[in-house]
Write a protein that binds this ligand. Structure first.
Ligand code: NDP
Length: 289
């Protein structure tokens, strides 16, 4: 007898505005296809004024979860039933998971970064310089602190934002965190193990924008990570490679947060290489990570 027919897919997606250029559908649906999961990932433009209705709609239609991107990462919280530990510490959600009918907010951005970084270095006891204090820096700062980083120097242009992140990390984690206001070229102090760009400098279309750092202060024993997914080969990635550093590009973080999201939604651990290949097709080739 023929297999029972089923035309009803499981639904997930991403809510954002603007969202048309968000590439996660290509990455996530590549994984669904590869693992024979009859699921769909919809790219949904949701106006901030309609966010509550959109979440209620997702509940009504039985969505198994959804990602949130700009501008919904904080605003979505009031429409959810609970938060995971990282999302609660950060006060931001990028991945909602339907657990037994309850919409629980998680934050996988920093977790994806940590997975990518762990492929090169053990985070425990390491000393970090983290450029930026926005959403990505917050997510990364919290996760590397929870993973046992010895110290973090937050370097940011806006002092208010930078100090807020430092206060959060010092209050909520046991990692020693200091702030340096970013003025002129920042020289990486001796003894730093990992340098992270978590600013939007270098993001398409502003691809020639250069991070204000003293390139000569990069040394081969450092790991340098960039969050910019498009283009993956930023100026920082290229300069760090030329200095002999090990490098992680923004696709590493994006793929690994996608892996964690798919695990949360489906229970299946997807093949990261399949997802990275799908993104490389969208963005052009980057570096391993
Ligand atoms: P935010 O707007 O929240 O923060 C931007 C940060 O960049 C701030 O610290 C800001 O400093 C800094 N910045 C921007 N322009 C400059 C400049 N010209 N000089 C100095 N500092 C600057 O953005 P997000 O944190 O949400 O995102 C940052 C980047 O992370 C984006 O490019 C995004 O694509 C990427 N990202 C990548 C992910 C991945 O999976 N690969 C996941 C999430 C984000 P100030 O506080 O002074 O304004």
């Amino acid at each position: 007898m023929a297999e029972e027919l089923n035309f009803k897919q499981e639904l997930v997606g991403v809510f954002g505005k603007p969202v048309a250029e968000n590439p996660t559908q290509a990455m996530v649906e590549a994984a669904f296809g590869y693992h024979h999961l009859d699921w769909r990932y919809l790219t949904l433009e949701v106006d901030p004024a309609d966010l509550g209705d959109a979440v209620r709609g997702a509940r009504a239609m039985g969505f198994r979860g959804f990602n949130c991107t700009i501008p919904h990462k904080v605003a979505v919280i009031e429409h959810l039933d609970g938060l995971g530990e990282s999302a609660s510490t950060m006060g931001a959600v990028n991945c909602v998971v339907n657990r037994d009918g309850k919409f629980i907010g998680e934050n996988t951005d920093g977790k994806g970064f940590v997975t990518a970084l762990k492929s090169l270095v053990d985070i425990s006891g390491k000393r970090f310089v983290l450029f930026g204090a926005g959403g990505a820096a917050r997510a990364i700062g919290v996760e590397i602190a929870l993973a046992g980083a010895a110290s973090i120097i937050i370097v940011n242009r806006s002092e208010v934002r930078g100090r807020e992140l430092v206060e959060l990390l010092n209050a909520r984690t046991s990692t020693r965190t200091d702030f340096v206001k970013w003025e002129g070229d920042f020289s990486i102090p001796e003894g730093i193990d990992v340098v992270v760009n978590a600013t939007s400098i270098g993001l398409y279309p502003d691809v020639d924008a250069v991070l204000a750092i003293d390139i000569d202060s990069l040394s081969p024993e450092m790991v340098v990570a960039d969050v910019i997914p498009n283009p993956p080969r930023t100026r920082l990635v290229q300069d760090a490679e030329a200095a002999g550093c090990k490098v992680i590009d923004g696709l590493g973080m994006l793929v690994n947060q996608g892996v964690i999201g798919i695990e949360y939604w489906t229970g299946v651990t997807p093949d990261a290489a399949v997802m990275r290949a799908a993104l490389e097709e969208v963005f052009g080739k980057g570096d391993e990570g």
